[in-house]
Structure formats: C-alpha cells, structure tokens
Design a protein around this ligand. Structure first.
Ligand code: ZN
Length: 257
C-alpha cells in the first residue's frame, strides 16, 4: 500500500504542480511561512500539493472555493507535518470551508433525561475519522505570527485523534517518554487552570484550559506562531513539542532574526 501511495503522490506532484505565482502569493500573504528556511518551504510546497489532491474539498454556505483558499489551508496544514509525513493525515477525507464562523447545533441529554439544545459558534472543527472544517475568515487571520492559527489548531486535533478520541496525547515517537509528556502537560494544564481560578491573567488563550485536547491544540498554535514566548512560559512543553513535531521553530531564520 505504501508503495502505491508513494507512486501516486509522485504522480500528483508531476501532474498538478502549484504555479510559482500562486505559491509566491501564498507565501507573501502568510508571514508565518516566511519564517521557514528555503529548503523547508520547498518541502512544504510538495506536501501542500499532494494534500490538495489527496483530500476532497467542499465549500459550504455558498462560498466559492478558490485555488488561493485551498493553497493557504494546505500550506498551513503542511506545517505541523513538515517533520513527519503526509501519512499522519490519513484516515479521513474531507476539508469543508465556510465563508465565516459557522454554527454547530449541540444536543445533550442530562441525567434526568432532559434534552438540552443549543448552538455553538465555531471557527474550526475536527471530527474523529471525519472532516476538518474551517471558517475562511479565520484561516485568513491565521499565520500572522501572533499566536492565532485555526489551521494548526484543527490539524493538531487530527494528530491527537490518531490514537483515539482527542485527549492531548497524540501517538508519541519511539524514544519519547510517555511519563515526561504526561507530567509536563498535566503540570502546565493545572497551572493554567489555577491561574484562571484565582482570577489572574492567563499566559495563553484561556480556551486552552477547556480540556487537555484543547490545551494541546492551542499550545501547538503558540509553538509554531510564538515559539520564543512558549519556550519562555513553559520550556518543558516547548521541548516536548519539538520532539513530537520533529521541528524547532526557533531554529528558523525568521525567528532567529
Ligand atoms: Zn479545538
């Protein structure tokens, strides 16, 4: 299977290359991608090219999906797997794009059997074995090197869900210590929650305190967008994420400058 997949990916690279102009304008519009070394951008472009072909793209709410949109999403999606591989995004098929935030109807039955229904507004969503969904407006707001990145956030959930429901514990590589990962993340997650309980200013977006899965996804945004800051706040988490993503954003020319 791996052989056929590799062959198909090479064929896609030949058959559906991204034009220099389209790629150039994606990089120009996405400051985060300008931080990378040139060699990494070459690999990013290959991963993005194959990712676009490998997934099914669906637009929602009358959005007209353009090549520019696909490219920006694919380029940012390729960033977390730059040190890994596209196989980390197997097991699901569809990318859905809304023009802006979308409503997710929720329903829960409580212990007394009472049905509660409400609507949640979302900028992105990732389903286990299912689609990943984006608000285009939020994709545009991602990659500005300010800590917000809905694409990295949702794809961090995808990586987290490779070994079951999202819990902030993605499949670690051989040689990585499960005990260290769990210990570091638990300590930082509890520190964030204590900070909020005591009414102090949280060091990261308080959405991260929701649960361990959101904590991992939000900290992945910081890891790529504000690496200096994350290393300063939680050096152990920064090191764990370097080991997991097999990348060190602080070594990129843009962040060294
Ligand atoms: Zn999330």
């Amino acid at each position: 299977m791996g052989f056929i997949r590799d062959w198909r990916r090479r064929a896609w690279l030949r058959r559906y290359p991204i034009s220099n102009q389209s790629w150039g304008s994606t990089i120009a519009r996405t400051p985060l991608l300008q931080m990378l070394p040139a060699a990494d951008r070459v690999r990013l472009r290959q991963l993005a090219t194959v990712f676009i072909q490998e997934k099914t793209w669906v637009s929602a709410a009358e959005l007209t999906l353009t090549e520019e949109m696909q490219l920006r999403i694919a380029a940012l999606a390729a960033l977390p797997i730059l040190g890994l591989d596209l196989d980390w995004y197997l097991g699901w098929d569809t990318v859905i794009v809304y023009p802006g935030e979308f409503v997710h109807p929720r329903k829960e039955v409580d212990e007394g059997g009472l049905v509660h229904q409400w609507n949640e507004v979302r900028s992105g969503e990732s389903w286990e074995h299912g689609p990943v969904i984006f608000s285009w407006a939020d994709v545009v707001a991602s990659g500005r090197v300010d800590g917000y990145n809905v694409v990295i956030h949702e794809f961090a959930h995808k990586l987290d869900m490779l070994n079951g429901p999202p819990d902030g514990f993605p499949p670690l590589h051989g040689g990585m210590s499960v005990r260290r990962w769990t210990g570091d993340f638990t300590t930082a997650f509890e520190a964030l929650n204590a900070c909020l309980d005591e009414g102090r200013e949280p060091p990261v977006d308080e959405y991260a305190a929701q649960d361990p899965a959101e904590f991992f996804a939000v900290l992945s945004e910081y890891f790529f967008e504000l690496p200096h800051y994350l290393r300063e706040v939680w050096p152990a988490i920064y090191a764990d994420l370097c080991a997991f993503y097999r990348q060190d954003p602080l070594s990129w020319p843009g962040f060294k400058a």
